[in-house]
Design a protein around this ligand. Sequence first.
Ligand code: ADP
Ligand code: MG
Ligand code: MG
Length: 898
Amino acid sequence: KTRVYTFGNKKADGNSSMRNLLGGKGANLAEMSAIGIPVPPGFTITTEVCTEYNLLGKDEVIQLIKREVELAVAKIEKTMNTKFGDAKNPLLLSVRSGARVSMPGMMDTVLNLGLNDDVVEGLAKKTKNERFAWDSYRRFVQMYGGVVMGVKAINKEDIDPFEEIIENLKEKRGITLDTEFTVQDLKDLVFDFKKSIYRRIGKEFPSDPWDQLWLAVMAVFDSWNGKRAVYYRNMHGYPADWGTAVNVQAMVFGNMGENSGTGVCFTRDAGSGENLFNGEYLINAQGEDVVAGVRTPQQITKIGSQRWAELAQITEKERKNSYPSLEEVMPEIFKELNGYQQILEKHYRDMQDMEFTIQEGKLWILQTRNGKRTGAAMVKIAIDLLSQGLISEEEALLRIEPNKLDELLHPIFDPAALKKAHVIAQGLPASPGAATGQLVFFAEDASKFKYSILTRIETSPEDLEGMNLAKGILTARGGMTSHAAVVARGMGKCCVSGAGALKINYKTKTMWVEGKEYHEGDWISINGSTGNIIEGKVATVEPELTGEFAKIMELSDKYSSMKVRTNADTPQDAKVARNFGATGIGLTRTEHMFFEVDRIKAMREMILADTVKGRKQALAKLLPMQREDFEGIFEAMEGLPVTIRLLDPPLHEFVPHQLATLRELADEMHVSLESVKIKVADLEEFNPMLGHRGCRLGNTYPEITEMQTRAIIEAALNLKQRGIETKPEIMVPLVGTFDEFVAQETIIRDTAEAIFKERKDKIEYFVGTMIEIPRAALMADKIAKRADFFSFGTNDLTQMTFGYSRDDAGKFLPIYLEQGILKHDPFEVLDQEGVGQLVTMGTQRGRSTNPKLKVGICGEHGGEPSSVEFCYNNGLDYVSCSPFRVPIARVASAQAAI
Ligand code: ADP
Ligand code: MG
Ligand code: MG
């Protein structure tokens, strides 16, 4: 078995397809070397050795790979014509980690390995560059001390011990830049660093180059099981047995003077996707100096440099003198680099993120990988590569990370304005987008200003209308699945939730943040993509759903067979979703319509009525309102199926609890305050989620089902008269037994037949049920005999299968996720292993007795890509999700089919 793969000199043992064995970095170094890109020679110790190390320990693993490593080092020595550990003509090495997937910040690199007090003198003599030799040595001791010997800041607030020494010396010498250190300064730093290491851990800095190398290799292996890496792995679900590879490579030096340097570059713009080579570099610098911001980096291309100068408000003259582009400073090197970036992008057929170093006028490429990018860039690059003929339509679709599309659909802050913004607090990025408006603290006040930000400790269903009117929603409490967050996402409205630093006083309509008071009417801005809360106004720009976006949507439909519907409660939502390509409504929640001011009164009358007659009177008031709602929705979805769910929530959600409102209500109903109070108290339940709700309402108060059916059927008949085609699907919620469903179905069909007789006209309609109680999934074959369709209500189904109350899960879910007891929030990502079984079983059993059964899903999961894929694999006819997730589900559905 080969454990060490060499590369360099236009040859390589490995290639880019071997990323599992060599890690991403190693595989690409091998590939680049093989296609003739100048890569410093080196070798990769495989990820399998990492696994062996975890089993066998250090000594045995060294025995296993010793010979191969020695041969590989000898190969580098031969190519570079230097010798590792030789004081006269030393070879220095870099030791770099590299897992299959890039894991930023998991493990730092060690550069300049092989230096000691003798070698540094030899290097100085050989290069006739004492400053360079000592600069490399101090970098080495600093990196090795931190990464391998573990000397670093203990707390996040503490400053890195080496940085502290550097800062102190700078202060003493009255300088600001690393480049200003003298040779003596650098020598002092090396001495002080070593002293500090010894003081902290009581160990001498190893001077033998081979000791240095072995310890560094083992440190990379150890880092795979380090705290940071484990956390990152768990977050992304990467298994522990993947391991990391170790890349050992000859050093090339960007810190040898004015004709040396280092930089990073992208083959296209990672922000906009524009096909423009760009990047940054620094002269006389090494490693991550560019990224670390030790000096202001300069632009690679002249165009980029000029654009940058404009933003930084620097004159062209100043730019040319102080920040010239690589294109201007080293035109030959630039030409070579530009050639490589073109070759690499063509070769990998994707935007590349590259690292390079120039050593005394010679260019070396140190890394290439597929570049990270924004949602906008992702879409543009995929379509551009497709039209350039570099990738196929299927590949273009697979290049889309569906969730990232969300970024494109909401208004965004003007990036220029954001630079000057004053962030006052941080919350959770609950619903993406950007909103600027005036502070209000009550839903009723949302209409006071044209642009308002509804700011609450938390929101409740009663705030719905105000939330709809506000530009954005901000809460002090509640997580990513809190009421505010879920509703805002559904509305596609910007929301920041759980900003604990906000102290809200409803009485005085004020808010305290870090000792500063804000009043109703004060301007504030919130960024739902980052969770930032910003003082004052920040300009926003509407997103442009560009040609490329439309093209991706068009392609998605070409490749997907599963339909995407939307969850929509208003004609407005329905229109938005239709524009995003929804092919129907999978869920209309009728109760949301009852929260509007005039309706809630009639609704409360109905709930508090003592007799069937009283209830019917109140329902008669609601009928025309509901009918009108349905007409609006049907019209917006002309010709497409619309699933309407009958009343679902427990009734107490509709009744007021404040005394003043109770009194008002009593007056209106001509009854005593006392009797209203008693009735309200009567509605209290110990566990409303499992209480008197769903079809249990319709079965105990059949007149509610009758009224709602009438509203639906009459609306459809009215539209028919106007020549508008409708496809109503009436959905019974929370069914657990066959008879429960049949009882409701009978009421619905009888009512419909009666109306058809009255009107001497008829329409086609379906009656089906939600599958959201585990028992219904088990009994699906029986229920399907009478149902036209099933819709998996995976929110309740998850809640009941796990036995987690959605409203209380905030207390333990975050901890479960942190401890890894749960991999994902099951309310966000469908639990395929458990809850998924019920979906699979329910679908199969249902279709076994009713082959024509239409099956869909309408929980939050309908817009979550991995859940969409699961639905496709289980043969569902459609998924239904909130309007703003429709494009995401369309792409996910196509990807599942490819
Ligand atoms: P990361 O995975 O964090 O990007 P790298 O292994 O790419 O870490 O190393 C970080 C930086 O160290 C590189 O960008 C490069 O500038 C520098 N570096 C790594 N290996 C060498 C080398 N052989 N010669 C010169 N510089 C190197
Ligand atoms: Mg790198
Ligand atoms: Mg439900």
